[in-house]
Write a protein that binds this ligand. Structure first.
Ligand code: EPU
Length: 428
């Protein structure tokens, strides 16, 4: 199994390409189910979750084609074309769903396009129980019949889905996306209240509207969708990955270096830009699609955060921010309010010399002068990258096991860090 060997202590300097957002790309790929015409997505990130989603769509009978090759990181390799004109199999088996929870996104689009869907229940997850009840309730509101049998969700609808008012009892990115996609082809008007407002939702709505959908208010808590009979083709560029951008911003800040992020506009840093600045990290938009990130002073200031749905501090940046706080000049608290078990990195960081105590969903981080390298275990995508960040600044050698977690959501992470001067080896 692949591992990373990091020798810490190098100031990172250089440029890093920020690719399309994984969490925007996944529902966008699924939206191809909604049309018999071609959907073309550009700025595709080469991460394993995208490959898993492509395999799931292929298993449904959708033709998926890349312009370049999987080794092509230029513009051609970032173009995926989807043709769901021959979609035939509305089933997502356990083998595919267990690899990637985002498989649940196909439920709404399959119901809308084929009138039926059979999707394995995703099961447990390293960061929390992550139920799918909000997805199921939304589909029922839209007129679907849902039954659970043998670990599978079996959903069907007579004729078209029917527009409805859906009041989400909790803000959910995935349930908002699922309901929004399904409602594009429903009969009549759908209103989503307490909808998630993440940039990835806006990106999905923009693409669906380019396909002919009539979605209003995406990016606000109230989304209105006027159902249409059919959707057509579109070509859509996926927005930049704000979490990848934030992760490299912390890489620059934690090592006291300077990194130019190529691709993103500053607005995508909403929710954590201010916290990074309070910590002493300077972010400057130096051209329309380039942000320069550097550290202002000799020390990192302690900053307390609490994760919230957008535009709050994103849960997907919490672990990385904790690594930064681990070497801050003072104490901070980090509260996780989205997932109940997203502190798996705490004990690994403690093994690297951090002084962190977790009390329920709050961690008290007392900054230490230096971290020390250790062999650590990655548990999920963001926890893993937080250990990489800690390794970049730790004394001595850090070995990160279970690299496949990182490969789910970070394209060529080691290569990009190495190009900025990090001392990293990939061990096979
Ligand atoms: N929830 C329910 N019932 C549901 C759905 C969600 O109770 O039916 C709960 C969840 O358990 C959680 C909260 O609602 O406590 C919010 O979960 P949400 O549905 O918003 O998360 P998600 O759609 O499953 C997406 C991202 C996650 C990211 C969260 C929160 C994708 C593919 N995944 O997940 O990304 O953490 O939103 O922003 O978009 C990651 O990239 O590392 C990652 C985990």
């Amino acid at each position: 199994m692949k591992k990373l060997l990091i020798r810490g202590g190098k100031k990172l300097e250089g440029s890093v390409e920020i690719v399309g957002a994984k969490n925007a790309a996944l529902p966008l790929m699924v939206s191809s189910i909604l049309t018999s015409e071609k959907l073309t997505l550009t700025n595709i990130p080469h991460v394993s979750d995208i490959a898993n989603m492509a395999n799931l769509l292929i298993s449904l009978g959708i033709a998926v084609e890349m312009d370049g090759s999987p080794q092509d990181f230029g513009s051609q390799g970032r173009v995926l074309k989807f043709d769901a004109s021959k979609i035939s199999n509305p089933v997502a088996p356990y083998e595919l769903v267990r690899k990637m929870r985002a498989s649940i996104f196909i439920l709404g689009p399959l119901l809308a396009r084929m009138g039926k869907a059979k999707v394995s229940l995703p099961g447990g997850c390293a960061i929390g129980t992550r139920p799918v009840d909000l997805h199921l309730k939304a589909m029922e509101k839209l007129g679907a019949k849902i039954e659970l049998h043998g670990g599978y969700i079996e959903a069907s609808v007579d004729g078209r889905l029917k527009g409805a008012e859906i009041n989400f009892e909790k803000v959910s990115v995935g349930a908002t996306e699922n309901a929004m996609m399904a409602a594009t082809l429903a009969e009549g008007e759908t209103v989503l209240n307490n909808a998630a407002c993440e940039p990835e939702i806006i990106d999905l709505a923009n693409c669906l509207n380019a396909m002919g959908a009539k979605i209003f208010g995406a990016g606000t808590p109230r989304i209105i969708i006027h159902g249409v009979e059919r959707l057509g083709s579109a070509r859509h560029r996926i927005i930049s990955d704000r979490i990848e951008a934030g992760t490299y911003a912390i890489a620059a800040g934690i090592t006291g270096g300077k990194i130019r992020l190529i691709g993103p506009e500053m607005w995508i840093m909403t929710g954590f830009k201010e916290e990074l600045e309070k910590a002493g990290i300077v972010l400057k938009q130096v051209s329309s699609n380039e942000i320069e990130v550097s550290r202002e002073g000799a020390v990192i200031n302690p900053v307390s955060i609490s994760t919230h749905p957008y535009p709050g501090f994103p849960t997907d940046m919490q672990a990385q921010f904790m690594s930064l706080m681990a070497i801050a000049n003072g104490a901070s608290t980090i509260e996780e309010t989205i997932f109940e078990n997203r502190f798996m990195h705490v004990l690994e960081l403690v093994r690297m010399g951090a002084n962190i105590e977790a009390h329920g969903n709050i961690s008290v981080v007392k900054g230490v002068k230096e971290l020390s390298g250790a062999e650590v275990m990655a548990t999920d995508l963001r926890a893993s990258v937080s250990l990489v960040l800690a390794g970049l600044v730790a004394n001595g050698e850090t070995i990160i096991n279970r690299l496949y977690h990182l490969e789910r959501g970070y394209e060529r992470l080691a290569e990009k860090l190495i190009s900025c001067g990090a001392d990293i080896k990939i061990l096979y």
